[in-house]
Write a protein that binds this ligand. Structure first.
Ligand SMILES: CC(C)=CCC[C@@H](C)[C@H]1CC[C@@]2(C)C3=C(CC[C@]12C)[C@@]1(C)CC[C@H](O)C(C)(C)[C@@H]1CC3
Length: 750
């Protein structure tokens, strides 16, 4: 087994020493034949570097390792596909090789550029080292994702910002790059040009303060006392969107105790490097609202600034018993979050802040530090461009359920004399294991929503229900268990009912579904958004994608189990469909929030509408959606939208046609039973023309987004959606032809 360093490592030890780094990332930084992805415990992912030849021989590198590192997979070229169905099959011939032994599909989940420095700074502060190879590959990742002006953005496709550049500059220095390295010099110049570290957004100010390269007085207050407010108050933090709440929680603790790491040489140097002016003469209180223009997506409101001013007055003299009680309450909630998720935490930002909070109180010689050390690597991933930090501890459930549905819906599951059966049974086994069976250990007391019967986005261990993950996870199980005759019934009817019960608790009064919880406070909470770089983060919102996933899965469940809570399901679906009607734009599109953007949302909306009988012929909503999509089809037959569509809630054309978006659009047309073959054929041709000889598709632009402004990668989408769309289109186009030549048409596969 590969060795990692499970002991606390002093910041002055060689584990953090300066390294000699090549000037470019053109040469290998480590020996790529020595990296292995270990999958364990229901889908945990850890990349290991094998130091010895014996270890390397005992644990051979497999296709999954090679593919994700960007090495030649040596998979064969396949006979060229002549039909869409053959192209889909070739796609799966390739993609089945990326399925892990436990049945799920692992994958990279990078894109955001702020998670990486949060992890590095948090680790540094908490004495938690990386291996030398991890450090080298992390540095390589930053070199590869640097913009031409020397800086980094909020995400890998974004322009350089102070948040991206400042935080990643600090990260690359902590990881061992010397200050006079050309990359560091370039990044520093870019940072200074953008205004220097003083103008970093709030989360940057916070992490820098922990490290001691910013002053706490330069932060707007994050008072832990807020946790002591009566829970019925609309501004109680338990009403905020779970990601904001879980980040605010350890922040409020650390702010309350004003934790700062002890000063060392590195800190002193960074103070010199990241400010164009003298660090020691900065007027810190004046920096609280100093945010570089380029970083601003959501500027502070007057209300927020006024409130912060009041709180700053309190901060100059906090009431000790109140402060102490707030700190204790926050700490209790931090511990509960760690325990509820077995130290995976909701996502990497709160994971690192929880780590620092617990380290600051409990030190390194304790169970919490050791458990955090075990789980921190779950969100680190080695890709072709180096080692990154992912949005979560993976996208296991999300990737697995899409390909499973694709295989069943297209009929590929039964193809090739049972060739794919084993792989699908394995996937079912993983989904069976991956369902959350209980409510959280610390449940209502920790403000958690119920989880019994749910699936989360990544693994069961992470333990959070997401409405659409539960919906799609249940749908995938229904597809596998109820549409195929070779699969065992691993998930009982009772457990499916648990999923339905959870889904039914998640509908908001206006019919829509949000992500993790019900909407707990009004949209006005956005006036208090302190995070500047993101939009719509303070509370839950209804999302078209989440709502439509729930409609679809409940509609399919109802077909198979018509007697279970029939009236509740009918009512829920009706309310959700009303919501979907209501939020369609006058042009016929839906704004996608988690994928880019209109094409993504159209696919979900169209599927759900079709399941309640609304198609091109029968529904003005479905027809408008088709017309909207057709109006966006490009000359070459494909579709291409920029991530900027999500920032602006307006269609923004991408400079290139995108395979994945073309699949979403064509699938939307097919769900709506669009009656004209031409546009569908052209989309199919485009996607087939870009297939590689191995059956794979190349990586194109980033596919996902969150919080309006931050793009995130879903590289497995380039397999699941082309396979799904092409397999479906093959049948659909044949049926259309039969119809036009007078035969009957059953339309849908199920
Ligand atoms: C602002 C902070 C705390 C950043 C950490 C990143 C998280 C907020 C992001 C990373 C992955 C992310 C985009 C995700 C989602 C929410 C926000 C996440 C967790 C959800 C679960 C919302 C519902 C969506 O339909 C879908 C399931 C696709 C995504 C999955 C990833």
């Amino acid at each position: 087994m590969a060795s990692v360093t499970p002991i606390p490592v002093d910041r002055d030890s060689p584990a953090w020493a300066q390294l000699d780094i090549p000037e470019t990332a053109d040469t290998p930084f480590t020996d790529y034949t020595r990296w292995r992805l270990k999958v364990s415990d229901g889908g945990r992912h850890i990349w290991h570097y094998l130091n010895t030849d014996e270890e390397t021989a005992a644990w051979p590198q497999n296709t999954i390792d090679k593919y994700w590192i960007g090495l030649d997979t040596e998979l064969p070229s396949l006979p060229k596909a002549k039909t869409p169905y053959e192209a889909a099959r070739n796609g799966y011939e390739f993609y089945k090789n990326l399925q892990s032994d436990d049945g799920h599909w692992a994958g990279e989940y990078g894109g955001p550029m702020f998670l990486f420095p949060c992890t590095v700074i948090g680790s540094y502060v908490a004495h938690m080292a990386f291996t030398l190879q991890e450090r080298l590959e992390m540095i390589r990742y930053l070199i590869n994702h640097k913009n031409s002006d020397g800086g980094w953005g909020l995400h890998i496709e974004g322009p350089s910002t102070v948040f991206g550049t400042g935080m990643n500059y600090v990260a690359i220095r902590l990881l061992g790059m010397k200050a006079d390295h050309p990359i560091a010099v370039g990044a520093r110049e870019c940072l200074h040009k953008l205004g220097g570290a003083a103008a970093v957004p709030a989360w940057g100010k916070f992490f820098f303060s922990l490290l001691g390269v910013y002053d706490w007085a330069g932060n707007n207050p994050v008072p832990p006392e807020l946790w002591l407010l009566p829970e019925w108050l609309p501004i109680h933090p338990h009403r905020w969107w779970i990601h904001v709440r879980q980040v605010f929680l350890p922040m409020s603790y650390l702010y309350g105790v004003k934790y700062v790491m002890p000063e060392n040489d590195m800190v002193l140097q960074l103070r010199e490097e990241i400010y164009p002016d003298n660090y020691y003469s900065v007027n810190w209180p004046a920096q609280r609202n100093n945010i570089a223009k380029i970083d601003l997506y959501t500027p502070h409101t007057k209300l927020y600034d006024t409130l912060s001013q009041f709180l700053s007055v309190y901060e100059s003299c906090p009431f000790p018993p109140l402060r102490k009680a707030g700190i204790e309450r926050a700490y209790q909630l931090i511990v509960w979050e760690d325990e509820n998720t077995d130290y995976q935490c909701l996502a990497p930002v709160n994971m690192m802040l929880n780590l620092v909070a617990r380290f600051s109180r409990e030190g390194v010689d304790c169970e919490s530090w050791r458990k955090h050390e075990i789980k921190r690597r779950d969100s680190m991933w080695l890709g072709a461009e180096g080692m990154m930090v992912c949005g979560t501890n993976g996208s296991q459930l999300w990737d697995t359920q899409f390909i499973v549905q694709a295989m069943v819906d297209t009929g590929l599951a039964n193809d090739g004399n049972g060739k794919y059966q084993q792989s699908l049974v394995k996937a079912l086994e993983w989904l069976d294991e991956g369902q959350i069976r209980e409510n959280p250990k610390h449940f209502e007391c920790a403000y958690r929503h119920r989880t019994k019967g749910a699936w989360g986005f990544s693994t069961k261990e992470q333990g959070y229900t997401v409405s659409d993950c539960t919906a799609e996870g249940m749908k995938a199980v229904l597809y596998l268990q109820n549409y195929l005759d070779f699969t065992p019934k691993l998930v009982s009817e009772e457990r499916l009912q648990d999923s339905v019960d959870t889904l039914l608790t998640m509908q908001n009064p206006d019919g829509g579904f949000a992500s993790y919880e019900l909407i707990r406070a009004g949209q006005w909470s956005e006036w208090l958004n302190p995070a500047e770089v993101f939009g719509n983060i303070m509370v839950e919102y209804n999302y078209p994608e989440c709502t439509t996933s729930v409609i679809t899965s409940l509609a399919i469940f109802r077909k198979h189990y018509p007697h279970y809570r029939a009236a509740d399901i009918d009512r829920t679906i009706r309310g959700a469909v009303d919501y979907i009607h209501k939020v369609q734009s006058p042009e016929g599109g839906w704004v996608g929030n988690w994928g880019i953007c209109f094409t993504y949302a159209a696919m979900f909306a169209s599927e759900s509408l079709s399941l309640v009988g609304e198609t091109y012929e029968t529904s003005k909503y479905a027809r408008k959606s088709c017309e909207f999509l057709i109006s966006k089809q490009r000359e070459d037959g494909g579709w291409g939208e920029s991530y900027k569509s999500c920032e602006q809630s307006l269609w923004v054309e991408h400079e290139n046609t995108q395979i994945v978006q073309t699949c979403w659009a064509v699938m939307a047309l097919m769900y709506a039973k669009y009656p004209h073959a031409g546009p569908i054929e052209k989309g199919v041709q485009l996607v087939m023309s870009r297939q590689l000889p191995t059956g794979a598709w190349p990586q194109e632009a980033i596919e996902g987004v969150f919080n309006k402004s931050c793009a995130i990668s879903y590289p497995n989408f380039k397999f699941s959606f082309p396979i799904w769309m092409l397999g479906k289109a093959d049948r659909y186009l044949k049926q259309l032809k039969e119809k036009t030549s007078g035969h009957s048409n059953s339309g849908q596969s199920h």
